[in-house]
Design a protein around this ligand. Structure first.
Ligand SMILES: NC(=O)c1ccc[n+]([C@@H]2O[C@H](COP(=O)([O-])OP(=O)(O)OC[C@H]3O[C@@H](n4cnc5c(N)ncnc54)[C@H](OP(=O)(O)O)[C@@H]3O)[C@@H](O)[C@H]2O)c1
Length: 369
């Protein structure tokens, strides 16, 4: 799906063109206040760098967008990332092809995913901190390495299974259900044998999407009364709440917990742009139901990368997990793509196609999806 340019963003990208042979970057111009604005970003061009001994040269194919990038731009060092200041290239994970390698462990031609930054070409030493992984599922689109077969996929899996400890039959509620992580979690709940699955999302189109992905019911938090709808859809209470948004929605779910309920704290996007924190007051509801609310951070789960990615790829091939991606075309549109997350415009994982995918090596017995 390609979204039309909105006026402000069109002005920012007008006249810019990422092209082969020139290394283009997006850098921080100013720390965002509220949602990102065009004036927060600066375009930069320079010659394509040559790799030194021990480095590789990458050409970027896709970049993924995540809400945390706004925090990176604010210089908070969110998630343990290096703190950014105006003039720095914005952090971001993506998918790339190795054009040239002077590194003993990586070969030219390999497709990799990792911390590339908002750059069309990059040289790197492939350090542990950049968390590079080979893309090995050549029967599937490389774009998925920004989504189900990337860090968003690991987030959904680690959050839903390892953190939240689902049980068969759970009445499960997922907020941010039409977003990148949420669209995977509602499908994992089906795979794991949940009872009723209720998704919360903003708008009628998103609610239709999450029903099609397997939700028994959908709550449009922008036009419906969430506490009333939770009472209707979960009359015996919520066994498992997967929280992507925090704030009022988390508070409403706490009010409806069933005995032994679990809450997995994945994200709290409704709070990221507030100047005053929401300030949850009803967490003590956990006491009466002997419930548990626990958080997780995806980078603490990368040791399970191969196992989780293998399982996710298997679900995709078996038709049990449908990847939902929202692809903006063109590196010039990266700033706009980030703003879409905070405006609720994306359905599924928001990413940006920087270049067409190179031909995939032939994979016996499998057709590329
Ligand atoms: N714990 C971890 O390690 C980890 C890892 C990855 C992501 N996360 C977190 O997980 C959450 C989902 O991440 P994602 O990358 O998949 O992003 P995403 O869900 O695709 O993010 C954007 C969505 O958030 C919703 N949203 C925006 N502003 C909102 C608001 N004020 N109130 C309620 N919903 C709002 C919008 O959907 P609607 O139209 O439905 O509002 C929007 O489409 C985020 O909070 C992210 O920070 C955590």
């Amino acid at each position: 799906m390609t979204a039309p340019l909105t006026a402000d963003w069109a002005a920012l990208s007008a006249g810019l063109r990422a092209r082969d042979g020139v290394a283009c970057q997006w850098r921080v111009a100013a720390a965002p206040v509220g949602n990102v604005r065009p004036t927060d970003f600066a375009w930069h061009e320079e010659p394509v760098p040559s790799p030194d001994e021990g480095e590789v040269l990458l050409e970027t194919l896709y970049l993924g967008l995540a809400p945390v990038m706004r925090m990176y731009m604010q210089g908070t060092g969110a998630g343990g990332a290096r703190k950014l200041a105006p003039g720095d290239v914005i952090h971001g994970r993506g998918v790339a092809r190795i054009l040239e390698s002077r590194h003993p462990d990586w070969r030219a031609g390999e497709i990799v995913q990792g911390q590339i930054g908002w750059r069309t070409y990059a040289t790197t030493r492939m350090t542990a901190g950049e968390r590079f992984f080979r893309v090995t599922s050549h029967d599937l689109p490389y774009a998925l390495a920004c989504g189900v077969l990337g860090m968003p996929g690991l987030s959904a899996h680690a959050g839903y299974f390892a953190c939240g400890q689902p049980k068969p039959g759970d009445v499960t509620v997922v907020s941010g259900a039409a977003g990148g992580v949420g669209s995977m979690v509602i499908q994992m709940a089906r795979i794991a044998g949940a009872g009723r699955v209720i998704g919360i999302a903003g708008g009628a189109e998103k609610c239709r999407t999450i029903r099609a992905l397997g939700c028994d019911d959908a709550i449009d938090y922008k036009s419906e009364d969430v506490p009333r709808r939770l009472a209707e859809t979960c009359p015996k209470g919520i066994d498992y709440y997967f929280d992507n948004v925090g704030g009022e929605t988390l508070s409403a779910c706490l009010e409806r917990l069933a005995m032994g309920a679990r809450i997995a704290l994945c994200g709290s996007i409704s709070e990221y742009t507030r100047t005053t924190p929401f300030g949850l007051t009803n967490y003590t509801r956990l006491r009466a139901v002997e419930g548990r609310m626990s958080g997780f951070f995806v980078y603490n789960h990368v040791a399970r990368w191969d196992e989780v990615m293998g399982e996710m790829a298997g679900w995709i091939r078996a038709g049990r997990l449908k990847p939902v991606q929202d692809i903006v075309e063109g590196f010039e549109r990266m700033p706009e793509a980030l703003s879409r997350l905070y405006e609720g415009k994306n359905i599924g994982v928001q990413c940006c196609r920087v270049r067409p995918e190179p031909p995939h090596p032939a994979v016996e017995g499998a057709a590329r999806g």
